[in-house]
Each structure stands twice: as structure tokens, then as C-alpha cells.
Write a protein that binds this ligand. Structure first.
Ligand code: 4AD
Ligand code: MG
Length: 501
């Protein structure tokens, strides 16, 4: 049996006690007679002080020679120390090497994103990535807690399917014995069948789309949560989406302060997320895109971003000038800051390039078109909380959508757009209930009727109004964490051109 050991996270409860820690060496400084080892164990980081006077020779040699990411066991006393992460520090009595690490490829210096993605299996150990995965986990639990407390049943749709759900252009096809089959794009259609059995259900599973473009919002494999509710109309559907998002934000704000801090997330922006979310029709959204206010917002953003760029460049120049004279600790701070500044400057450069195009796209948007990523970005900049856009032109929406009884050109769909430019994180709506209409839709969308026979049965045997939506987990994580790209929101992202590691 393994020896019992204490988690770093729980150390504040053990002040004054002798503990055994097991983990990996995250960072190290010191020299001669004194080493400060930063140990990480998956639950947190803690500084362990190894003083030559307090440990035996073997232990001191371990502290001297252990390389980054070497696995260690450290025994020592927990001391309260306000200046340290977690408010504690370990005064080591012994250090034992479990495994010496080879020269670790990810060092505190700057790495390009492609390099980090190639080393994703190791990058996951870095503090930022660690924080993102903690938030992702918390969001997953918040979603389950919300639906379970509201009486929904979690049910699993198949991953291998015989039918398309969201159009045929993004299907991953495979050979299922002698027949064609696909990786599911969405569990919705099977979810509808489950809702007719249980009333309110939600799915939680991987979904796949052969997205042939590289954007910061698209993965080829992503996790979607899809509630489906019998006897719910579009308004009730929007209400559920709003409540779910409020529950997620509330839980994360309560339980993930440390993680959000590591990520440098602006708490104030998340504190603003309160109901009710503005609900605007597609028509109103188009008007908003055409408005002078849109042009004004984008001009102001261009100005602010340019100002931020100037300040950051000045800070970088000043830091570099001070570097030569700086003490060791200060040098480390400057290095770390330079990485952050460069990263932000890259984003700024991209934004400054994009803003003129966004202005043009908004001004020239034509009724009947689908919103592009940039149009969504622009729409969200009018509000400080998520907005719900509803009643889209039917031609741009999926075959299963119910038509607006007031205007047959419109479908009763809705999208939730996250603020700060994030855009669509939820898509859904009210479903068509009429068998003849659905059959016609399947035909009009060029879909093979025979694979939908089971779906049509739902309209043959007790067809009722019903609604649902899908929330994309990775886009939600990106928004809550304030990330530029969805690739950091999932342990092993699958993108066009990336299936390794
Ligand atoms: O809007 P979508 O395509 O809707 C559906 O699939 C419906 N069948 C859902 C339903 O009504 N039950 O996708 C829903 C959400 C999007 O809002 C987005 O958050 C996410 O899934 N999503 C993606 N996330 C990452 N990468 C992609 N390629 C995504 N495609 C959709
Ligand atoms: Mg959508």
C-alpha cells in the first residue's frame, strides 16, 4: 500500500503539522546552502524550503540536482506565511527523488502556440492550463446540478448515427459494416425521442463536425449539452437557456476565484452577468448591425485598442531598459510580464486588423444571411451581458425548426450570444410538430427520407410542442475564462490539421 500523503490544497488546515507531499518540481531557485522548491501535485503549488542545516546529505543533493518536472516526495512542517501562494510554506526535513526528469521542453520562457499544442500532453501541467481545466470541470458540474435540480433526466444519444442533423457539409463519414454512417453532429433528434419518454431530458456528450476552416471558435470534436423539453415553447426554451447560464456563472464565480485570478480574468465583467438577458429578433439584430451606434462602438474600440497597444509597448521598452540593473527576482517578473505583453500585443494586432472589416461587414449585412463570427462579435458589443437572438430566416436554419405562425419566412430558432465579442454559445429553438411539413423539409434540404423514419414516428404518436437547445461546452469555457481561442478549453483539442497528441 502507498504511504498516506497530504494534498497541497489542504495544507492551510495542517499548519504546524508534519506532512508528506508527493508531486513534481514546478520551479526552483536558491543556491549553496538553501533551495526553494516549488512543488505541484495537481491540487496546487507550494514552496518547500530545503535548508542544508535541516536535512541530511541525500535530501540536500536531491534539492540541488532535481530538474524541472522531476517527481519528488517531501516531508516537512507546514508554516503559515502570508506572502506565499496558499498562505503556507513547507520547511523540509527530507526530500526523496521518485523520478528524475529529462530536460523538460516547456520552460518558463516564451513558446509559440504550435509548439505548445504539439506538447499538449505536457502543457496541461502548466498553471494556466491547469486553471482552465478546473473551470471546465466546475462548469460541467454546474450544468449537471442545474438540470438535475430542475427534474431533467440525463440520457446518452448514440455517437454513431445514420442521419445528419445540422446539414451535410460537416459530416464525418465512416463505413459501418457495409453501410455509411456518421459521427454525430448533435444528439438532438434522439434527444427529442427521449423527451417524449421522460418529459425533460438532457444529453451530455461529444459531437463532431468536419469544420474545414480554422477559426478561434471551431473544433472538429466538441462537447455539447442538449436539453429537450416536451410542452415547452420558444419563450420557455429561452428562459431555460438563461437560467442555465446564470447558474454556471454563479457557481464559477463562487468556487473558482483562484483559477480566474490565475487566468487574469476580469471579475467585474462576469459580475455583470445577470438576468434578464435582452431578447432581440433577427430583424432587430440586423437593424443594430446597420446602426450608426455600431460604427461608433467599433471606432471607439479601435481607439482604445490603439491606446492600449501604445501603453504596453512603452511598458515593454521600460522593462527591457531596467533589465540589466534588475535583481534576479525582478528579472523573473520582467520575463513573465514580457510573455504576457507579447501575447496581448498579438491579439491587439489581430483586432486592429479586423475592426475595419467588421465595420464593413456590419454596414453591408443583408437580411436573410446568416451572421458570421464577426457580426456576432459586433452584436455582443452593444450589451454587457449575453443576448438572445430569435426568429431567424428559415432558409438559414435546420430542417427541424418550427415556423413562426406570424411570419412563415421565419423559423422559431434562438441563439445565445456571449458578451465581450464571444458570440454564439447556445443554439436551439422550438421544433416542428407537423408530419407533412417535416417530410417536406427533409426533401427541401436534400436529406434522405428513409433514415428519418423513426424521427417521423415522433410526430405520428402523440406529437406535442417541444423545444430544446445545445450549449457548446468549449465556447462556454472560453468565454468564462476570457480565452482568445477554444483550443485551450479541452484537454486534447481536435482541429483541422491537428489530431496529435
Ligand atoms: O447551433 P448548433 O449547430 O445547434 C445544434 O446542433 C442543435 N441541434 C442543438 C439543439 O437544438 N439541440 O450547435 C450548438 C452549439 C453552438 O451554439 C456552439 O456553442 C457549439 O454547439 N458548436 C461548436 N463548438 C465548437 N466547435 C464547433 N465546431 C461547434 N459547432 C457548434
Ligand atoms: Mg448554431
Amino acid at each position: 500500500m502507498t504511504e498516506p500523503f497530504t494534498s497541497i490544497k489542504s495544507l492551510p488546515e495542517h499548519v504546524g503539522e508534519r506532512v508528506t507531499l508527493k508531486g513534481w518540481l514546478y520551479n526552483k531557485r536558491g543556491s549553496k546552502a538553501l533551495y526553494f522548491l516549488i512543488l505541484r501535485d495537481g491540487t496546487g503549488l507550494v514552496q518547500c524550503v530545503v535548508n542544508q542545516d535541516n536535512v541530511d546529505e541525500t535530501s540536500f543533493a536531491v534539492a540541488e540536482t532535481a530538474t524541472q518536472e522531476s517527481a519528488l516526495e517531501i516531508v516537512g512542517t507546514v508554516n503559515a506565511d502570508e506572502r506565499q501562494v496558499g498562505g503556507v510554506e513547507i520547511h523540509a526535513e527530507s526530500a526523496t527523488l521518485i523520478a528524475q526528469a529529462e530536460s523538460y521542453p516547456i520552460t518558463p520562457k516564451e513558446h509559440g502556440v504550435e509548439f505548445l499544442m504539439d506538447n499538449r500532453h505536457l502543457w496541461l501541467r502548466s498553471q494556466r492550463q491547469w486553471a482552465i481545466m478546473r473551470v471546465r470541470n466546475r462548469i460541467i458540474m454546474a450544468i449537471h446540478a442545474y438540470f438535475q435540480s430542475e427534474g431533467y433526466i440525463q440520457m446518452d444519444p448514440p455517437v454513431l448515427t445514420g442521419n445528419a442533423v445540422e446539414g451535410t457539409s460537416t459530416l464525418f463519414e465512416l463505413e459501418y459494416f457495409d453501410k455509411p454512417a456518421y459521427l454525430t453532429q448533435s444528439g438532438q433528434l434522439h434527444g427529442e425521442a427521449m423527451a417524449m419518454a421522460h418529459g425533460k431530458i438532457y444529453t451530455f456528450g461529444p459531437t463532431f463536425r468536419a469544420e474545414k476552416s480554422k477559426t478561434r471558435r471551431h473544433l472538429t470534436e466538441f462537447w455539447m449539452i442538449e436539453p429537450e423539453m416536451a410542452f415547452y415553447d420558444l419563450d420557455m426554451d429561452m428562459q431555460v437557456a438563461e437560467e442555465l447560464l446564470l447558474a454556471i456563472v454563479g457557481d464559477v464565480l463562487r468556487d473558482c476565484r483562484d483559477e480566474l485570478e490565475i487566468l487574469g480574468r476580469d471579475f467585474a465583467k462576469l459580475d455583470l452577468i445577470q438576468g434578464p438577458f435582452p431578447r432581440i429578433s433577427y430583424d432587430e439584430a440586423v437593424e443594430l448591425l446597420h446602426s450608426d451606434e455600431t460604427q461608433r462602438i467599433l471606432d471607439a474600440e479601435h481607439e482604445e485598442t490603439t491606446a492600449e497597444e501604445k501603453v504596453l509597448k512603452e511598458e515593454r521598452t521600460a522593462n527591457r531598459a531596467a533589465y540589466g540593473q534588475a535583481k534576479k527576482g525582478e528579472k523573473r517578473r520582467i520575463d513573465a510580464r514580457e510573455i504576457d505583453i507579447n501575447k496581448r500585443l498579438d491579439e491587439i494586432e489581430e483586432d486592429l486588423r479586423n475592426i475595419p472589416a467588421w465595420k464593413e461587414s456590419a454596414a453591408n449585412f443583408e437580411w436573410g444571411a446568416d451572421f458570421g463570427g464577426s457580426d456576432e462579435t459586433v452584436l455582443t458589443k452593444h450589451f454587457d451581458r449575453p443576448i438572445i437572438v430569435h426568429r431567424f430566416p428559415a432558409v438559414i436554419k435546420a430542417f427541424y425548426m418550427k415556423r413562426d405562425p406570424e411570419d412563415d419566412r421565419l423559423a422559431l430558432g434562438m441563439d445565445v450570444l456571449a458578451p465581450e465579442g464571444y458570440g454564439e454559445i447556445v443554439g436551439g429553438g422550438e421544433r416542428a410538430t407537423d408530419l407533412a411539413f417535416l417530410k417536406q423539409q427533409v426533401q427541401d434540404h436534400g436529406l434522405p427520407e428513409e433514415v428519418f423514419d423513426w424521427y417521423f414516428d415522433l410526430r405520428r404518436y402523440g406529437s406535442v410542442p417541444h423545444s430544446g437547445f445545445g450549449i457548446g461546452l468549449e465556447r462556454t469555457v472560453a468565454w468564462i475564462c476570457g480565452l482568445h481561442h477554444v483550443r485551450e478549453t479541452i484537454p486534447f483539442p481536435r482541429l483541422m490539421g491537428r489530431i496529435h497528441p
